[in-house]
Design a protein around this ligand. Structure first.
Ligand code: ZN
Length: 504
């Protein structure tokens, strides 16, 4: 450096220090926007805190985004000595819900949902983590490159933590390095279909693709999620579609996807899941059946596989537990989904399986589209997009419809928090305990509300939600994600500071 350079050296140092200070201040400011609370060390107290060992009266201490202690019988005296205490009285403090099955459709089909609207709805509904499905966005998440597009699209738009499933499709199933590239890039597991998915760039897989997928997943100890329906009579399905006179009738649609499709798919899967057993060639992998609807033969097959030692689990969704075929009105395509919602007796059997632990967890399968593609106007069940929109309401829906069956708060936490955390490999989530992320929902299980147009829905298309017009019990007061109060009394934090979750 010459003499002139040295002369300016103190000025340069001064400028750099100022810039560093400025950047630090700015980042602090933006952190403050992540939360509706101004401090990051505080206590939440309540008479009903849902812990793995039961519901306790006490306090949860939160510092730096984590739970640092859980204390029973937190007295008034201690309360006054500590400051930064939020007293929720007898409102329930529970782990935030983890939805392992949501379609946010971004990039590519943001007009269907999107990260911003979808995660706002999640936060308002007490869902603190969701795992996005690899399809309905465009392109589908089937490679390292397309995962990067997803993660970039989510940047600064997510109010809750979001993980990603990758797609297992014929194109990558036999290409181990492509699959490993996708897994190394951070997907939490894979997802595939045994029937057409409805999305052109997400073709269906057969049992041989699925076997390859499980073997690739074994060393990563991550799951394969499968849509288990297999077309047995595709011919008659298309015939019905063409010469239809009663496409507005739900029974027309129901008859196109009988329970035998689920049974056939599951039978085939169980040939492959033998490899997941202890000592098997794909030990370490796990197969998870998404949105089971048939609570008869399909469920019996799954129960048998569990007894045989297959590493297998199953979910169902609130719409299968809330509705039955008999009550679906002609033209009400909001309730079209696949597999379809079946008869009332099947619904009772599903509840029985959930209550007895044969169904391991619940998920939303939030799969919205535009009102036009849902065919709300003409009510054509055969042409309508299949998918139920429900993300914001899954907690009150499960609770409301579960009253009749005596659902407990601990069961709710098991189906919606603990088991989903295990499936998605999220060891620091799903349970209120020291060391875990402070992902918490505070809600009032006794408060009823009308789900009408006065109720603020944050989904992109509230009109397609299956639950509009229902009276529900269980109101979400506040949602915390990693210690940030992201939703309170109908308002969201100014900035979306959820974290994209990538497996390592
Ligand atoms: Zn789905």
């Amino acid at each position: 450096m010459d003499i002139v350079g040295w002369k300016f050296f103190p000025l340069v140092v001064g400028l750099v220090s100022f810039l560093l200070f400025y950047m630090k201040t700015v980042s602090k400011l933006s952190n403050a926007e992540c939360s509706l609370l101004s401090h990051d060390h505080y206590w939440i107290i309540s008479k009903r805190i849902v812990t793995p060992t039961g519901v306790i009266s006490g306090a949860v201490e939160i510092y730096g985004g984590n739970i640092v202690s859980v204390v029973k019988n937190y007295h008034q005296q201690a309360k006054s000595s500590r400051g930064n205490v939020i007293d929720y009285g007898d409102a329930v403090v529970m782990p935030g819900l983890i939805d392992v099955h949501a379609h946010l459709d971004e990039p590519g089909r943001t007009e269907w949902e999107g990260f911003l609207s979808g995660t706002k709805a999640a936060a308002a509904g007490g869902v603190t983590t969701l795992i996005d499905m690899p399809l309905n966005s465009f392109p589908s998440t089937v490679s390292e490159e397309t995962l990067k597009l997803k993660v970039n699209a989510a940047e600064e738009k997510i109010y809750v933590d979001v993980g990603f499933w990758g797609g297992l499709v014929p194109e990558n199933a036999y290409n181990r390095s492509a699959l490993e590239g996708l897994l190394n890039a951070g997907v939490l597991g894979l997802k595939s279909f045994m029937c057409p998915s409805g999305i052109n760039d997400f073709p269906m897989t057969n049992a041989s693709h699925i076997k390859e997928g499980l073997h690739a997943l074994a060393k990563y100890k991550r799951p394969l999620l499968v849509h288990a329906e297999k077309e047995l009579d595709a011919e008659s399905y298309s015939e019905t579609r063409d010469g239809v006179s009663d496409a507005r009738s739900y029974s027309t649609y129901l008859s196109t996807r009988p329970p035998s499709w689920e049974v056939a798919a599951i039978r085939e899967l169980l040939e492959v899941t033998k490899d997941t057993r202890y000592g098997g060639s794909a030990e370490g992998s796990h197969l998870h059946i998404v949105h089971l609807s048939d609570a008869r033969a399909s469920l019996d097959l799954i129960k048998g596989a569990k007894i045989s030692g297959d590493s297998i689990s199953v979910e169902t969704c609130p719409h299968y537990l809330a509705f039955s075929a008999e009550e679906i009105q002609n033209g009400d395509t909001r309730l079209k989904c696949s597999p379809p919602i079946r008869d009332a007796d099947n619904k009772e059997k599903l509840w029985d399986a959930v209550m007895n632990g044969h169904i391991d967890m619940l998920s939303s399968d939030h799969s919205p589209t535009t009102p036009a593609l849902k065919h709300l106007e003409d009510g054509d069940f055969l042409r309508a997009w299949g998918g139920v929109s429900s993300l914001q309401y899954v907690l009150p829906v499960t609770w409301s419809y579960g009253q009749k069956y005596g659902v407990t708060l601990n069961q709710l936490a098991s189906w919606w928090c603990e088991s989903p955390a295990q499936l998605a490999g999220q060891g620091l989530k799903g349970v209120i305990k020291t060391g875990n992320h402070a992902d918490i929902v505070v809600w009032e299980p006794e408060t009823e509300f009308e789900l009408d147009e006065n109720h603020t829905a944050h989904h992109r298309h509230p009109s397609i939600s299956a639950y509009m017009g229902k009276r529900l019990t269980g109101k979400v007061l506040a949602t915390y994600v990693r210690g940030n109060l992201v939703f309170k009394d109908g308002k969201h934090a100014p900035a979306a500071c959820g974290v994209p979750i990538l497996a390592k």
